[in-house]
Design a protein around this ligand. Structure first.
Ligand code: HEC
Length: 85
């Protein structure tokens, strides 16, 4: 629900989220098997939370904006994304 309400689907294809068909960012299908995050971070739960809270501090100027996600919400979203295998 958080993923849906945060508008992630306007930019990403996300299995299990209605209307998440965006093509601005990469598909998040099988994200749990991905080796890295945005090409710059190892795909670990801590790094995924960091990315979701502030992609701009990790990759300034990236097409994924800071969305004001709290660390708690990011952790919940990360758990969902890792379930996509
Ligand atoms: C305005 C468009 C936009 C929105 C909104 C957005 N993203 Fe992204 N996202 C991107 C782009 C573009 C990238 C690719 C970044 C890169 O590789 O430099 C990305 C990358 C990612 C990645 C890394 C994917 C990979 O394969 O490396 C994850 C995970 C992610 N986004 C999750 C989310 C989540 C969860 C939300 C909602 C809270 C969200 N995004 C909202 C555009 C967006």
């Amino acid at each position: 629900m958080l993923v849906r309400e945060s508008g992630c689907g306007t930019c990403h294809v996300i299995p299990g989220i209605p209307d998440a068909r965006g093509l601005v960012g990469p598909t998040l299908d099988q994200f749990g098997r991905r080796d890295n995050i945005a090409g710059v971070l190892r795909n670990t739960p801590d790094n995924l939370v960091r990315w979701l809270v502030s992609p701009q501090s990790i990759k300034p100027g990236d097409a994924m904006p800071d969305l004001g996600i709290t660390p708690n919400d990011a952790a919940a979203m990360a758990a969902y994304l890792y379930s996509l295998r």
